[in-house]
Design a protein around this ligand. Structure first.
Ligand code: AMP
Length: 515
C-alpha cells in the first residue's frame, strides 16, 4: 500500500486540507523530502514544475510554524517563500493559503508592478508567511517595512529562473538578512548560473532530491516536428489552435505574440496573449480567461510563460522554435504536468530544420521531422476535437482625453467590466519581475522594459483579441480528464469573475511603478 501524508509526519489538520481537494498520496518528491523537512532539515529539490514541489515545501513550512505558535508581529514574518515571477508567487499562495488558514496563520503576497500600499498594510498588520518576488521585497526591506531578522524558514523556488532573470544578486542580498541556522529549502531544475553558489552558501547538509529531472518530464510527452513551407505556416497555426482543449503557443517576440492572439481571435479561436508588455492586471485577466476556458489559446513569450502554472494544457506549440534546448524543455513543460499526457509540436519551416535538429539533439530527444499539410492525419490527431467557432467581438477602443489624464493601471478598464478592459492596442509594460539597474537583463526578444517606460504606458489596456461572451460557455467543453485543471480553472475563473464584477480596481500608483 502506498504511503500516506500522515505516515510521513504531516499533521492531521493539514492532511485533511489536502484530502478535501483529492490529494491523498504523496508524490515522489514529497515522500522523499517530507520526513527530513518536517524535522527542520534543509532540502535541495531538483524537482521540475509539475512534480509537486509546491506542497513539498508548503507542508513542512506550515506544519513547523503551527507547531510553535507565536504572536504575530508587524514587519517580522516567520517564513518567506521567494519566487521569480508574480504568476508563480500567486500560484504558490493558492497552495499555501488553505494550509495556513487551517493552522491560523496569515499569509501575504508581495510583488512589484502594483501599488505598494496594500502590501505595506498587510505586513504592518502582521503576517506569518510572506510569498514574494525578490525586487519588491528588497524595496520593502530597504524601507524597513519588512524585517527578516526573525525568520525561521526560507524557501527559494525556481532558483534557476531567478538566475536566468538576473535576480540572484538581489536574492543573495535578501538571504544575507536572514538569521543563520534557519531552515532553507531551495528548488531549482539546474545548478547553473550561480545557483550552486547560493546552495553552498546558505544550505546546510541538505537532503538532495532529483527524481524528476527535466528530461524525465519531457519523456512523458509526445513530440512532433511539423515541417511546412513558409506560406502554409499561418494556416497550420490556426488549425493547431482550434481544438477544444487548452493550448499554449510560443512565439519569440512580444509583438508577434500580441498580434497572433488577435489573429486567432478574429479567426474564431478565442486567444489571449502573455508577454512582458502587459500590465499586471492584464496578465492576471488573460491568465484567468485561459484558466477558466474562456480563452482556449494562450500565445506567450518565453519569459512571460515561466510562471504559468495552468494544469490541463494538452498541447504546446512552438510557433517559433526556441533559441536553445533549455527553453524547449521549459516551454514544453507547460503540458504533461503532474503525470498527465501532453503533446508538443514544433512548427519548422524548411530553413529552420538544421537549427531545430540540433536543438532537439541537445534536449536529448529523437523526434522525426514530419512534412505535413493542413489535411495530414497526424495534424488532425494532434488537434483533436475541433471547438466551435466563436465570433470575434472587436475590443472597445477607448477615447483618450489629453486634458484629463487617466490614472495608471486598471483605471482604463473601469468601464470595461463587459469587455474586461481588453483591447487590441496593448503596449502596457510591467515586465517580468523586479530586477533593476545592473541586475536587469534586457533582450530584444523579451524582458522587462525600463521602468520609466511603464507609467506612460500604464494607462493603456493590454490584451489581444477578446473572446466573445459566448466563449464563456466553453467551460463546459473543458476536457474531463483534467480534474486538477478543472480545479485550478474554477479558482481562477472565480477570481476573474470577482474582479470584473467589482468594477474598477485600484490603480497602480505611478510612484510604485516608476522605479
Ligand atoms: P507543482 O509541481 O507544485 O506545481 O504541482 C503540480 C500539480 O500537482 C498541482 O496541481 C498540485 O495540486 C498537484 N499535486 C501536488 N502534489 C500532489 C499529490 N500528492 N497528489 C495529487 N496531486 C498533487
Amino acid at each position: 500500500m502506498s504511503v500516506t501524508f500522515s505516515a510521513l509526519g504531516v499533521p492531521a489538520h493539514l492532511a485533511n486540507v489536502l484530502s478535501e481537494s483529492g490529494i491523498e498520496t504523496p508524490f515522489p518528491i514529497q515522500e522523499a523530502t517530507l520526513p527530513s523537512t518536517l524535522a527542520g532539515g534543509d532540502v535541495l529539490g531538483r524537482g521540475q514544475t509539475g512534480s509537486g514541489k509546491t506542497l513539498a515545501f508548503s507542508l513542512p513550512l506550515v506544519a513547523r510554524l503551527s507547531e510553535r505558535p507565536q504572536r504575530r508581529k508587524a514587519r517580522f514574518p516567520r517564513a518567506l517563500i521567494m519566487a521569480p515571477t508574480r504568476e508563480l508567487a500567486t500560484q504558490i499562495a493558492k497552495t499555501v493559503d488553505p494550509l495556513a488558514k487551517a493552522s491560523g496563520l496569515r499569509t501575504t503576497v508581495i510583488y512589484g508592478g502594483v501599488a505598494q500600499s496594500r502590501q505595506e498594510k498587510a505586513v504592518n498588520e502582521g503576517v506569518d508567511i510572506v510569498i514574494a518576488c525578490p525586487g519588491r521585497l528588497d524595496d520593502l526591506i530597504k524601507q524597513k517595512i519588512v524585517d527578516l531578522s526573525q525568520l525561521e524558514i526560507s524557501v527559494l523556488d525556481e532558483a534557476d529562473h531567478m538566475a536566468d532573470m538576473g535576480f540572484l544578486p538581489v536574492v543573495r542580498r535578501i538571504m544575507d538578512r536572514m538569521p543563520t541556522g534557519i531552515q532553507h529549502m531551495l528548488f531549482s531544475a539546474t545548478l547553473d548560473n550561480g545557483v550552486d553558489k547560493v546552495v553552498k552558501r546558505y544550505l546546510s547538509n541538505p537532503t538532495v532530491h532529483s527524481v524528476d529531472a527535466p528530461e524525465a518530464a519531457v519523456n512523458t510527452m509526445e513530440h512532433h516536428v511539423f515541417v511546412v513551407p513558409n506560406d502554409d505556416k499561418k494556416e497550420l497555426i490556426r488549425v493547431l489552435a482550434q481544438g477544444t482543449a487548452r493550448r499554449i503557443m510560443f512565439m519569440r517576440t512580444k509583438h508577434h505574440a500580441k498580434k497572433m492572439a488577435v489573429t486567432l481571435s478574429k479567426a474564431g479561436v478565442p486567444a489571449v496573449d502573455l508577454h512582458g508588455n502587459l500590465s499586471q492586471n492584464a496578465r492576471d485577466r488573460n491568465l484567468a480567461a485561459f484558466a477558466s476556458g474562456e480563452a482556449k489559446v494562450l500565445v506567450a513569450t518565453d519569459v512571460a510563460a515561466r510562471g504559468v502554472h495552468v494544469d490541463g494544457v494538452e498541447l504546446v506549440v512552438h510557433i517559433d522554435p526556441p533559441a536553445e534546448h533549455k527553453a524547449y524543455t521549459h516551454r514544453s513543460g507547460r503540458t504533461a504536468r503532474a503525470g498527465s499526457d501532453g503533446t508538443v509540436v514544433t512548427i519548422c519551416t524548411p530553413d529552420q530544420q538544421g537549427d531545430v535538429a540540433s536543438l532537439l539533439k541537445q534536449a536529448g530527444l529523437k523526434v522525426p521531422f514530419e512534412k505535413v499539410t493542413l489535411d495530414s492525419p497526424v495534424v488532425a490527431k494532434v488537434v483533436g476535437e475541433v471547438a466551435e467557432h466563436v465570433p470575434y467581438v472587436a475590443p472597445v477602443q477607448q477615447k483618450r482625453n489629453p486634458a484629463k489624464k487617466k490614472p495608471a493601471g486598471e483605471s482604463s478598464n473601469a468601464r470595461g467590466s463587459r469587455n474586461g478592459g481588453r483591447n487590441a492596442r496593448g503596449g502596457n509594460s510591467s515586465g517580468e519581475g523586479q530586477a533593476r539597474g545592473g541586475e536587469r537583463r534586457r533582450s530584444d526578444r523579451e524582458g522587462a522594459p525600463r521602468q520609466s517606460e511603464r507609467t506612460s504606458r500604464e494607462a493603456r489596456g493590454a490584451s489581444a483579441g477578446r473572446p466573445a461572451r459566448s466563449a464563456r460557455g466553453a467551460n463546459s467543453e473543458r476536457p474531463s480528464n483534467s480534474s486538477r485543471g478543472a480545479r485550478t480553472g474554477g479558482r481562477n475563473a472565480g477570481a476573474a469573475a470577482g474582479g470584473r464584477s467589482r468594477g474598477p480596481r485600484r490603480a497602480a500608483s505611478p510612484a510604485s511603478n516608476g522605479r
